[in-house]
Design a binder for this molecule. Structure first.
Ligand code: ATP
Ligand code: MG
Ligand code: FE
Length: 343
């Protein structure tokens, strides 16, 4: 069946078309530029941008895939988690398409979709697969036994998401929003010479928060270090601070992900989410997975950030599992739990 996927949980309007495990085409419109001057996503601005972008993005995706709307057999849509108003635009669009085309609609989880997208790149997920999901709003370590029905959350952040930490530290260093790519670039000219804290890795924390993450202490440490340097009348070595911060994030993420694989006897890992674009995180996880005998899968960057193809990819898996469509009045759920694959 031909599955159309709709994504609108944050600041990207995405539509994708998938048949089985094949991506036929997708289109994304981002409102990130409109949020730059606020230094973060403004929910009302994002919702309005989704409204304006939805139909043109739908048209572009169909054109790219070379299909007509009436060829679509089923519709999948992100119903959560995400910004409530933003989600409603995609959910409304999906319901309208479902009624107009007389096709079933499947509400799915945005985070599971971030994992499912890799099926389009590297084929079916081995069972089980460990997923490390790192984005602007989320940081999750997931044990995936069945992408359509069985996702177990092993750990998450207890404060800031990884991408959020990148964005906040970038601001401290005077780099533009969104800061992740700028830190990545700046770090290339620096060395990780400053030892910043690795949150939740000490003995006691490893008992209570074995697979959890914390980035707010790291962020505070970077801010203090920068302020102390400025007070001393010295110039801030932006490249070195960026490299040192990035090293701390990459170290903790990859260390805990590999540990989780070892302790659950898992030999396959997917890295996903917008922060997966980070060159040091990619490099270090490749190295540590290779050392541990774990096969690593990372979707191309354009499929790691929010998009509609990932929603269609998960929709195709849900259909394949023979699950029922969602009821006509299914809601958007801004805090849909990560373990709930269906919205
Ligand atoms: P979510 O998917 O959690 O709802 P989101 O839309 O903000 O939220 P993504 O679009 O997946 O998430 O990713 C955006 C985040 O990725 C931003 O925080 C951005 O700074 C970060 N990011 C992008 N490229 C890089 C990079 N090279 N290094 C580090 N972070 C990066
Ligand atoms: Mg985004
Ligand atoms: Fe996302």
């Amino acid at each position: 069946p031909l599955v159309l996927g709709v994504e609108s949980s944050c600041d990207e309007t995405g539509v994708g078309l998938v048949r089985g495990t094949t991506l036929l085409g997708h289109a994304v419109a981002s409102s990130v530029e409109e949020h730059v001057r606020f230094g973060g996503v403004v929910p009302e601005v994002a919702s309005r941008a989704h409204l304006e972008a939805m139909v043109p993005t739908l048209d572009r995706a169909c054109a790219e895939a070379g299909v007509r709307l009436r060829d679509v057999d089923a519709i999948a849509v992100t119903s959560g988690p995400g910004l409530a108003g933003a989600l409603l635009v995609g959910v409304g669009a999906a319901k309208a398409l479902g009624i107009a085309l007389d096709r079933p609609v499947y509400a799915v989880n945005h985070l599971a979709a971030h994992v499912a997208v890799d099926i389009l790149e590297h084929g079916p997920l081995p069972t089980p697969t460990m997923a490390l999901l790192v984005s602007g709003g989320h940081t999750n370590l997931l044990l995936v036994r069945d992408i359509a029905s069985d996702i177990q959350s092993l750990g998450t952040t207890i404060d800031d998401a990884a991408g959020e930490a990148f964005d906040k530290v970038a601001r401290v260093l005077g780099l533009p929003y969104p800061g992740g790519p700028h830190i990545d670039r700046a770090a290339r000219d620096g060395t990780p010479s400053i030892r910043f804290p690795r949150g939740l890795t000490s003995g006691r924390d490893m008992e209570r928060h074995r697979y959890d993450f914390s980035f707010s202490g790291l962020k505070t440490a970077v801010i203090r270090w920068v302020q102390a340097t400025e007070r001393a009348g010295e110039g801030v070595p932006v490249a070195d601070v960026a490299a040192s911060f990035q090293e701390a994030v990459a170290d903790v993420l990859t260390r805990k992900a590999v540990l989780a694989c070892r302790e659950h006897d898992v030999h396959d890992m997917v890295l996903g989410g917008g922060v997966a674009a980070n060159s040091r995180i990619r490099g270090l996880i490749e190295q540590r997975c290779a050392e541990a005998g774990i096969r690593l899968r990372v979707p191309r960057p354009g499929l790691c950030t929010d998009n509609g193809a990932m929603v269609a990819a998960l929709g195709a898996q849900v259909l394949r599992a023979g699950q029922d469509p969602s009821p006509a009045d299914f809601p958007a759920d801004s805090s849909l739990p990560v373990e709930q694959v269906r919205g």
